[in-house]
Design a protein around this ligand. Structure first.
Ligand code: NAD
Ligand code: IPM
Ligand code: MN
Length: 357
């Protein structure tokens, strides 16, 4: 089996974590009998620095032709002054839209090896296993009109029934394969779009009696995530709310560097760590590659149905942490942190090890 993957390293720590992801994917191929036909393409601020657009046509074409796309991160402080459409972030939004990816899955599982690294007390976070299902193609990110002039700026929050219905159906499908619980997060006490959201999700829920549905306002959801994260199974929410709540979920794991994501529903599947280009640590070789590796595991599962390889990767990451090997974002003062490459080497060392012993 040959996996056709387009790699878009991007900006900041993006290239550092992409190299980790690519190396581990190749190593898994050797072990599990698949090969990776990987190609690398410019995107974001680094593409602009090389004289291209932030999403060059050739990059988009390669993504459309690949089975799966892996994107490291985009964004650079020097891009703050450029026109909105040319920002590196706009390249990512356009890529998601051109591919047609409308569902973004962001799982968080705080295993025993991570409970002491969480921003929360171990007894509060222990057992947390949730999945944020973020609507990715609509909402405030894409609504027209948008613009700014003369000290006045505007964006439009718009949702269509069909956009809400399809993400709700997916959330229920996923909940049926998990613990059978969906929390739909909105702001229906204020926003028309949220009232539509709530009605559509409730309608979908009526046809799924096996899944328990609750509706929750987003402000309360932000609080419940911190007070009682184990109450959640699947959280389904709009584009902006999902963006914000998933960074909060990262803090529950101890670092945003831990979370990976899958963006599905389009012509090719797109995989990206949840974190950004982390300009504060870019170039230092200290970035945590766990989010990138988790994205690789999601790719193996969702695009290529290589469950065994995905599990071997997840197991190897867990075993690495259990052996007391930490990157700086998760290390305590008692630990000697390792860099991105050393962490990756430790994971590669452990791929499939339990199988052999
Ligand atoms: P960020 O996620 O880049 O960083 C937030 C904090 O988390 C920083 O302190 C950073 O050092 C830390 N962090 C992030 N990833 C880490 C990792 N792998 N290992 C260790 N620590 C890590 O968010 P920000 O600072 O708000 O944004 C920086 C830039 O990234 C902006 O230009 C933003 O638009 C962009 N961004 C891009 C993406 C993406 O490409 N998917 C996602 C979020 C933000
Ligand atoms: C994310 C990022 C992006 C988003 C930005 C960089 C466009 O924050 O993937 O979480 O808001 O979707
Ligand atoms: Mn984000």
């Amino acid at each position: 089996m040959e996996l056709k993957v387009a790699f878009l390293p991007g900006d900041g720590v993006g290239p550092e974590v992409t190299e980790s992801a690519r190396g581990v994917l190749d190593a898994l191929g050797d072990r599990f009998g698949f090969s990776v036909r990987g190609s690398s393409h410019p995107v974001g601020w680094s593409a602009v620095q090389q004289g291209y657009d932030s999403l060059p046509d050739a990059t988009l074409q390669a993504c459309l032709e690949a089975d799966a796309v892996f994107l490291g991160a985009v964004g650079h402080p020097n891009a703050d002054g450029v026109p909105p459409g040319q920002r590196p972030e706009a390249a990512l939004l356009r890529l998601r839209s051109e591919l047609g990816c409308w569902a973004n899955l962001r799982p968080l599982k705080v295993g025993e090896e991570l409970v002491d690294r969480s921003a929360l007390k171990a007894e509060r976070v222990r057992g947390t296993d949730l999945l944020v299902v973020r609507e990715l193609a609509g909402g405030l990110y894409y609504g027209e009109p948008r613009g700014s002039e003369n000290g006045h700026a505007w964006n439009t929050l718009r949702y269509e029934e069909g956009e809400v219905g399809r993400i709700a159906e997916l959330a229920f499908d996923l909940a049926e394969r998990r613990r059978g619980r969906v929390t739909s997060v909105d702001k229906a006490n204020v926003l028309e779009t949220s009232r539509l959201w709530r009605d559509v999700v409730a309608e979908v829920g009526r046809a799924r009696p096996g899944v328990a549905l609750e509706h929750m306002f987003v402000d309360r959801a932000a609080m419940e995530l911190v007070l009682n994260p184990t109450r959640f199974d699947v959280i389904v929410t709009s584009n902006l709310f999902g963006d914000i709540l998933s960074d909060e979920a990262g803090a529950l794991a101890g670092s945003l560097g831990v979370l990976g994501s899958a963006s599905l529903g389009g012509r090719s599947d797109l995989y990206e760590p949840v974190h950004g280009s982390a300009p504060d640590i870019a170039g230092c070789g200290t970035a945590n590659p766990m989010g990138a590796l988790s994205s690789v595991a999601l790719m193996l599962r969702h695009t290529f149905a290589l469950e065994e390889a995905a599990e071997a990767l997840d197991d190897a990451v867990r075993a690495t942490l259990a052996a007391g090997i930490w990157t700086a974002d998760l290390a305590t003062p008692a630990d000697e942190p390792v860099g991105t490459d050393a962490f990756t080497a430790q994971v590669r060392d452990r791929l499939g090890r339990s199988e052999e012993s």
